[in-house]
Design a protein around this ligand. Structure first.
Ligand code: GTQ
Length: 367
């Protein structure tokens, strides 16, 4: 037997005993820098919208299925079973939920955190731990881990919103808990606007929240987000992010979504952001306007309703090509990276990336 044959035979025996050789695998796993399996990708709203509306004719949100949601599948993560089905980044899931007039979605709780960003419609509310929260376009809502939540639609137009949850993270940690409420919808036990009224003035924290700082604000209204962004207009935009605000827990300053970071960016007309990269991954949803983002040298053109993903450590920059402000909503796993002391970031020395390709969806063409 040659040495190589002996080694191959040894590997075979190792494998049969569920053991492995570090020297033969270290370089592919402990890469010099992040090599996420998630890839940059973009979904056009026209496509997603049509699929979601079609689901409205096919299924209802019943107990068991729980929600009518079409979720995004990162092509780089699709092959990983079973989480390929819903991972957009390595830690985050996202999808578009549809609730039709008169419909209800059952109450449940789980140890995943959820955030919602309202896309279309009005007259529907979600109940989170006894608090009814009405949803309107541009609103940002949180459903923290462990709290009962269900949805009810009293309006007369379809309601569409973006969900983002830390499902892949919790699944990979092997710690998923899920429970159905004994009733289809939980009782409403608090006055409407309970949490918003408690935090109606920035900088003033109810004394009782000195001890209890768990996700005290259920909803961030679009009118308030817009006001906060307009309040920044007397300063120059950040060269990378433009004008941007983060959704934070008003009692602690930490991410409102706990493990899920979220922000709203306003890019003035002709804004061309500088490129940078960071360890955390991000999911973007275009709220208003048109432009493009360059991710890893590839140009992704976007307009209202499009969703795209920036994987960990990918260079990226945003450009507004439209005549008015562009608004980009995004979620990220920065809170997870910070908690684990894994976060880093870097500015792109040349400012802007060279564009090698234009993303076209199913196929990409070289420029
Ligand atoms: O609305 O509670 O997209 O539990 C995935 C899981 C939404 C929800 C999702 C959920 C929900």
């Amino acid at each position: 037997m040659t040495t190589d044959e002996r080694l191959q035979e040894y590997y075979g025996r190792l494998q049969s005993r569920h053991l492995g050789p570090l020297w033969d695998s270290l370089q592919s796993i402990m890469t010099k820098e992040p090599k996420p399996r998630a890839i940059p990708y973009l979904w056009k709203w026209r496509d997603v919208h049509d699929f979601v509306m079609e689901s409205g004719q096919l299924v209802t949100p019943e107990r068991g299925g729980e929600r009518r949601v079409v979720f995004f599948r990162n092509p780089g993560l699709e092959a990983l079973e079973p989480w390929g089905w819903g991972s957009l980044t390595h830690t985050l899931y996202a999808g578009v939920q549809l609730l039709l007039p008169g419909e209800k979605a059952p109450s449940h709780r789980h140890n995943q955190n959820a955030i919602r960003f309202i896309l279309e419609g009005s007259g529907a509310y979600t109940v989170v731990e006894g608090e009814r929260v009405y949803m309107e376009e541009g609103d940002f809502l949180i459903t923290p881990a462990g709290l009962w939540h269900d949805h009810v639609h009293e309006g007369d137009q379809p309601m569409l919103w973006l969900d983002c949850l830390d499902i892949p993270l919790v699944y990979e940690l092997g710690v998923t808990f899920f429970e159905a409420h004994p009733e289809f919808n939980q009782p409403v036990t608090r006055p409407d606007n309970f949490s918003v009224d408690r935090y109606s003035v920035a900088g003033l924290r109810p004394l009782q929240d000195r001890e209890n700082r768990y996700a005290p604000q259920a909803v961030f209204k679009w009118s308030q987000t817009k006001l906060a962004l307009d309040g920044l207009s007397n300063q120059d935009p950040d060269p990378v992010d433009g004008y941007a605000v983060e959704y934070v827990n008003p009692a602690t300053g930490e991410a409102a979504g706990h493990t899920i970071g979220a922000m709203m960016q306003k890019l003035p007309s002709n804004f061309h952001g500088q490129a940078h990269r960071h360890v955390h991954g991000a999911i973007y949803h275009v709220t208003r306007g048109e432009g493009y983002s360059v991710i890893g040298g590839v140009r992704f053109d976007w307009q209202k309703g499009d969703t795209f993903v920036i994987p960990n450590w990918a260079w990226h920059e945003h450009v507004n090509t439209g005549p008015s402000d562009a608004y980009l909503f995004s979620t990220n796993d920065l809170p997870v990276m910070e908690a684990l002391h894994l976060e880093r970031s870097e500015r792109y020395t040349e400012g802007h990336q060279a564009i090698s390709e234009r993303f076209t969806g199913v196929e990409s063409s070289v420029l």
